[in-house]
Write a protein of this length. Structure first.
Length: 420
């Protein structure tokens, strides 16, 4: 939502540093890299409810701080903290879905859940462009604070705890108090000391990431695709503002191509993901996480196709609708990678799915924050056509991955088990 207003920010604070202008947007993603490492394990110790509410309040306060920033350094620091606290719903959301939705319905649930975190960054620049043009960039943060504040109030009243170990421990505590029987324990009670439980939880995301080759490779693919998304986010103001002469307000409309691609892919995946799982489960007589990967095999090739389309249409200065169509292909392919990876991890690590998703979020967010910083120099050195093509060639290297993991994934999971 902030991206279209970045030129205003740089003028107000007297900076002409292109990399710093990109960093103002992408620093939020570094917060998304740090937050999951702490918040996901905390939700598996203290429960989802308290983490959601604490982080929601903190996010609102940090967003207000962004709106009141007196200088660029303060704004960047506030954006970083906003990213840390704002990562909670995205990180813990998959865990909440695991808590309340059976495996056969998780594909649809993940599709509905993905509407916010994937469509938000697409719709945000549209609203942000018009708002920044009319009222200034600070009102982008005021609007965000009002919206997130409303959600925060709602969650205080209507959100309930869903994590089974915390619910059962609370019930056991009530029974110990009412019956006087101090031997009553939850079936999830750990023999470890509180300190050992916390240390074990903090290490868990790293164990999933580095002890499982499947998660590491899929996370890397997902992270690169996410980085490409943010390269497009930070490139659009230059491409459509300078080359196609869009105004600050209409630059935001250029992001709708990504949004349309994401939405169409989201609808299709929501329909077919669970059906494929049920069909393959019936065929092979057991349910496996690898049954989530076929849509990824079909959809991932759309990403390099969209990158080639976008880059060379801009290079040739084709009509503005042509690169926007190319970006819609990138959006569709991106979702075809995100959804199967997330549902695979949820099915493979059910009880600790929040920590497992956190391991993916860390790598994804680091590349999402850092890759856009290299984009300006990449485009200066190679031009936008060949620069974007390099990104497309890298995406092509990952295309065999879902086919390999469909065939050998179960064998790899058993060979490299992740002990919690």
């Amino acid at each position: 939502m902030l991206a279209p207003g970045v030129p205003q920010i740089m003028r107000e604070f007297g900076s002409h540093n292109i990399e710093l202008a990109t960093f103002v947007v992408s620093i939020f993603l570094l917060g998304f890299a740090v937050g999951p490492l702490l918040l996901a394990p905390a939700s598996e110790i203290y429960g989802r409810y308290i983490i959601y509410n604490i982080t929601n309040v903190s996010f609102v306060l940090c967003t207000i701080a962004c709106a009141r920033a007196p200088n660029l350094n303060f704004l960047i620091a506030s954006r970083f903290l906003s990213g840390i606290f704002g990562s909670a719903p995205l990180t813990i959301g998959g865990g909440t879905i695991t808590d309340v939705i059976p495996p056969e319905g998780r594909g649809t649930a993940m599709a509905l859940f993905a509407v916010g975190p994937l469509m938000g960054p697409i719709i945000g620049p549209v609203v942000g462009g018009f708002l920044a043009d009319d009222e200034g960039w600070r009102w982008v943060f005021y609007l965000l604070a009002m919206c997130s504040g409303t959600v925060t109030i709602i969650t205080f009243f209507f959100l309930k705890e869903t994590y089974a170990p915390v619910i059962l421990e609370a019930k056991a505590a009530r029974l110990r108090k009412s019956t006087g029987n101090l031997k009553l324990r939850s079936k999830f009670a750990s023999p470890l000391t509180p300190k050992e439980v916390i240390l074990q939880a903090l290490v868990r995301p790293f164990k999933v990431l580095f002890m499982s080759p499947i998660v590491l490779i899929m996370s890397t693919h997902m992270a690169i695709v996410y980085g490409y998304l943010y390269i497009l986010f930070t490139t659009f103001p230059t491409v459509f503002g300078v080359q196609y002469h869009f105004s600050t307000s209409t630059i935001g409309l250029a992001y709708l191509g990504l949004g349309v691609g994401c939405l169409l892919s989201l609808i299709l995946l929501g329909i077919v993901s669970d059906k494929i799982l049920v069909s393959m489960t019936n065929k092979y007589g057991e349910r496996k996480p690898e049954f989530r990967l076929p849509p990824m095999a079909w959809g991932a090739p759309i990403i390099p196709a969209g990158l080639f389309w976008f880059g060379w249409s801009v290079e040739r200065n084709d009509h503005w609708i042509v690169p926007i169509i190319g970006s819609s292909l990138v959006g569709a392919g991106m979702l075809a990678v995100f959804m199967p990876v997330n549902t695979y991890i949820i099915d493979a690590y059910e009880k600790y799915s929040a920590s497992a998703l956190a391991s993916v979020a860390v790598l994804r967010s680091i590349l999402g924050a850092c890759l856009p910083l290299a984009a300006p120099k990449l485009y200066v050195a190679l031009g936008i056509g060949w620069g974007t093509s390099v990104m497309g060639f890298i995406a092509v290297l990952f295309l065999p991955m879902p086919f390999v993991f469909q065939r050998y994934g179960e064998r790899l999971r058993k060979r490299f088990p992740v002990g919690f």
